[in-house]
Design a protein around this ligand. Structure first.
Ligand SMILES: *Cc1c(COP(=O)(O)O)cnc(C)c1O
Length: 388
């Protein structure tokens, strides 16, 4: 059996896959098992932030694997403590809790928010408001947090204590707040929900209102974080500081990591045995993340993300069949004129462009190191696919 046949026989069908088995890659270029070349503007859903197999990243990760590959969280770990220090000093947050995925990072944020409120106000103040069209993960609790009915099937009973309001409507939010509200959780750009960029004024007034009421602000930057939007974190584009900030996808450069950072108010909420995970703060994964942060967290690199994003947008808007583009940095949603985004994505893949969708949009999350020549080539393939 080949890769596809074994996959179909032995792996549960929780994903509809493209008809491609990827084998290797370098930068923004991937190769399949037959040697066919692809430009990848999806980077494993925003995970391979430095592209495939960045030389320095490979060296750092390999060396760490050959030095000490895992230790339990009962021991101090240099790679993890350095990463935590970096994240805190670059964001102004106070402490970090490590996990292995975006959903886990959000679970952690939900737990911290509820414990803060429990410690201060007692057990009835535990509700979290999230936004319609959001996406926060696939665990039972983060499905509950996700404000889309399509995710609230099959797996009953879901975790209680979530309610959903329309994005960009400050009055809807204020009306939803009750004496039981302990937190609000949202993405600044709803990625899976269709690259919906929240309004800056809305976000600022929301944060201000929550501060006054001691309602904790949780910003889910699992997709928008780590340079994706042209700042290290998207909240820096909005000029707001959350109480809890989660990150995952691009942070490890391809290795599984999730972090939940908290601000000063929450630094002592969690205590031994209130949270944990065996694999969290793994030294190989943290070494990869340290490398990614060192590479990305400077003005020069981040300006490059912005200028490449602007260049890509300009090119996209010239294509026949593209109706509009929603973008911040290199997080891009493409609305098509009367063509199905999934059909076009399949055609792009056939023509050598790895691209994904979000709702009825095409979505690009290219590696942050993509070159303008590669952008040109990607745009040409998309143009061709739209003509077919
Ligand atoms: C992908 C994503 C998640 C879930 O992350 P996993 O690593 O798949 O658990 C949560 N929130 C947002 C905004 C995401 O984009």
């Amino acid at each position: 059996m080949n890769t596809k046949e074994k996959d179909l026989k032995y792996i549960m069908h929780t994903y509809g896959r493209y008809d491609v088995a990827l084998k290797s890659g370098k930068g923004a270029i991937a190769y399949d098992e037959s040697g066919k070349k692809y430009i990848d503007v999806s980077s494993g859903i925003g995970v391979n932030s430095l592209g495939y197999c960045d030389d320095g990243w490979v060296k750092t990760v390999s060396e760490q694997a050959g030095t000490i590959q895992h230790m339990s969280n009962y021991f101090y770990c240099e790679q993890a403590s350095s990463l935590a220090e970096k994240l805190c000093s670059l964001t102004g947050m106070s402490r970090v809790c490590f996990g292995n995925s975006g959903a886990e990072a959000n679970e952690c944020a939900i737990k911290i928010a509820r414990k803060y409120s429990f410690d201060k106000y007692g057990k009835d103040r535990n509700e979290i408001i999230t936004l319609k069209n959001s996406f926060h993960g696939r665990t039972v609790t983060t499905l509950s947090a996700t404000g889309q009915d399509a995710f609230h099937n099959y797996f009953f009973p879901f975790t209680k204590g979530f309610c959903y309001v329309e994005a960009d409507d400050i009055n809807a939010f204020k009306n939803a707040v009750t004496s039981r509200t302990c937190a609000v959780m949202f993405e600044l750009i709803q990625g899976e929900g269709g690259v919906n960029i929240l309004d800056k004024e809305y976000v600022r007034s929301l944060v201000k209102f929550c501060r006054e009421k001691d309602i904790l602000v949780i910003i889910d930057e699992v997709q928008t974080g780590v340079g994706r939007t042209g700042k290290l974190f998207a909240c820096q584009n909005y000029g707001v500081m959350p109480d809890l900030l989660t990150a995952a996808k691009g942070l490890g450069g391809g290795l599984p990591i999730g972090v939940c950072m908290c601000g000063e108010k929450l630094r002592d909420v969690m205590s031994p045995s209130t949270h944990g995970t065996t694999f969290g703060a793994n030294p190989v994964v943290c070494a990869g993340a340290n490398y990614v942060i060192d590479k990305i967290a400077n003005e020069n690199f981040l300006n490059g993300v912005n200028s490449k994003g602007a260049y890509l947008e300009e090119k996209l808007l010239k294509i026949d069949g593209v109706k509009s583009v929603r973008r911040m940095g290199l997080m891009v949603g493409i609305e098509l004129e009367n063509k199905d985004a999934h059909d076009i994505a399949v055609k792009c893949v056939e023509n050598g462009l790895l691209i994904i969708t979000a709702k009825n949009l095409l979505r690009m999350l290219p590696p942050l190191v993509i070159t303008t020549e590669e952008i040109d080539e990607a745009v040409q393939i998309l143009e061709k696919a739209l003509k077919q």
